[in-house]
Design a protein around this ligand. Structure first.
Ligand SMILES: [Zn+2]
Length: 479
């Protein structure tokens, strides 16, 4: 006679379970059992349902269940800049402008993004982080790494806790070298200064003393030519000591890459490898401009990459720097996606853009590969691969249940292909983070979305007025 069923908190049944585990197993008639914060069983429904007696049963109605997506790099305080800071490359507000903000012709030429950051306060960062968290959860993202540019990480942490999303925060704006990135001299509260940065380094790591902390700390430098060798080495050492990810922007555009090449006297990634700062806990963001010797250095280091294929296209980098991510992924380098700054995309757009960028270059990333990138590789890039990124017994119950009754969920002959390239995130129905239901029927359970939206809109309008931007599109408003 079989053992008596054990109690569990939640049983998700009638599910097409895509585990993304080491063997990439799929259970087309599957189930997931959850107790507390963790998965206690995943497998065929006939086995899991017989082994557990659940306090709550969720019928997935045949829909796909998959690990929550991981957003590898996002500047939360820029979330409301989409449509405010324009996307037209000929619009001076996108880059550097004297327009607005009370600056006259004699005023220094301050980048619009710098003005935005210089005006933000703690309450703004909470509002922006809450709107970011809401939008991430709506799109099936259960974890995100804030990109190290909120001045008050406590504000972002509080917003993420309120929304119920897993997050990682870092000490903000760590940079001590000017001359390559203009912003490094323009952020009033974060001067480029080695002593300031060394004193701040590791300030968020105390969060990790609680093994169940939903918001954890990591080590981030701004990067892209703004860190001295001393600061870069100190950052890596701090991350090693704490067992967390070491992250910075790197090789974004040909301009910053050339700047780093010039000061290092060789290709930047080769120099960073020589410095000993590329390793399994290193995650470099963007990496659009990679030369052959750099690809070799990256592949042999064990490090991870966060890539934004939308920015790669937006800045027309295909003409200058061939897409290398399919090659790196094929060599076993973890590559995930980072939505970076709001511009002409939102969470969940990048996997399909990556698929097309790769095709344009004459190569191929399958739907399964892009799903790996946004789950397993994402978990690895943020340093949480032991906890999230796949549906396995013992891992955190961070998962997504998809609707199965939409027009775009047919024919259901290759559900992973349909999900990643056709539905993208439109079929996200239910999201669990750390065993708690945070989205059900496409609606957030812990936040009033209308209130979050109203606050975010009001804040964005204030920012636009204070900077002197003139958004609102090109067509006449008839009132
Ligand atoms: Zn960034």
């Amino acid at each position: 006679m079989a053992d008596a069923p054990k109690p569990c908190d939640i049983l998700i049944r009638n599910a097409y379970v895509v585990t993304v585990d080491d063997d990439r197993r799929i259970f087309p008639a599957g189930a997931v059992a959850i107790t507390g914060r963790r998965i206690v069983a995943v497998g065929p429904e006939r086995e899991v349902a017989a082994a557990f007696r659940a306090a709550r049963v969720i019928d997935a109605r045949g829909g796909v269940v998959h690990p929550g997506f991981v957003e590898g790099h996002y500047h939360a305080s820029l979330h409301m800049s989409r449509g405010a800071i324009g996307d037209d490359p000929d619009n001076p507000a996108l880059g550097h402008s004297r327009a607005g903000g009370g600056h006259g012709e004699d005023e220094p030429d301050i980048a619009t993004y710098s003005k935005w950051f210089n005006l933000i306060d703690e309450e703004d960062e909470y509002t922006a982080s809450l709107a970011t968290a809401a939008e991430l959860l709506r799109n099936g993202y259960t974890c995100f790494m804030e990109a190290g540019t909120v001045f008050e990480p406590d504000a972002t942490a509080a917003a993420c806790a309120a929304a119920g999303i897993r997050a990682l925060v870092a000490d903000p704006w760590l940079w001590d070298h000017t001359g390559i990135d203009q912003m490094a001299g323009e952020i009033a509260r974060a001067p480029a200064d080695t002593e300031r940065c060394l004193a701040a380094l590791g300030g968020q790591l105390g969060r990790n003393a609680d093994p169940d902390a939903l918001v954890r700390g990591y080590v981030c430098l701004y990067g892209c030519g703004t860190g001295s060798e001393e600061l870069i080495k100190a950052g890596k050492a701090k991350a090693d000591e704490a067992g967390v990810a070491f992250v910075q922007h790197q090789n974004f555009l040909t301009e910053d890459t050339a700047g780093d090449d010039a000061r290092f006297g060789r290709h930047a990634l080769c120099h960073l490898a020589e410095l000993g700062v590329l390793g399994p806990n290193t995650t470099l963001v963007h990496m659009n401009v990679l030369r052959d010797d750099e690809v070799a250095a990256v592949a042999s280091s064990g490090m991870s990459l966060v890539w934004h294929p939308g920015n790669y296209m937006f800045y027309a980098l295909g003409k200058k720097a061939p897409a290398r991510m399919h090659d790196l992924h094929a060599r076993g380098v973890p590559v995930t996606f980072g939505t970076d700054a709001a511009k002409a995309w939102t969470f969940g757009d990048l996997p399909a853009i990556a698929y097309l960028v790769t095709r344009e270059a004459g190569h191929y990333l399958s739907a399964e590969k892009v799903l790996e990138m946004v789950t397993r590789d994402g978990a690895r890039a943020v340093g949480l691969q032991a906890e999230i990124g796949s549906l396995e017994t013992g891992k955190r119950a961070d998962l997504v249940i998809r609707a199965a009754d939409r027009t775009d969920t047919a024919p259901f002959l290759d559900p992973v292909h349909e999900m990643m390239l056709v539905q993208r995130t439109h079929s996200v129905d239910t999201v669990l983070v750390d065993g708690r239901i945070v989205l059900r029927g496409g609606r957030l359970t812990r936040l009033d979305e209308a209130v979050v939206q109203d606050q975010a809109r009001a804040w964005a309008r204030r920012m636009v007025e204070r900077i002197g931007l003139a958004p609102g599109g090109r067509w006449p408003l008839v009132t």
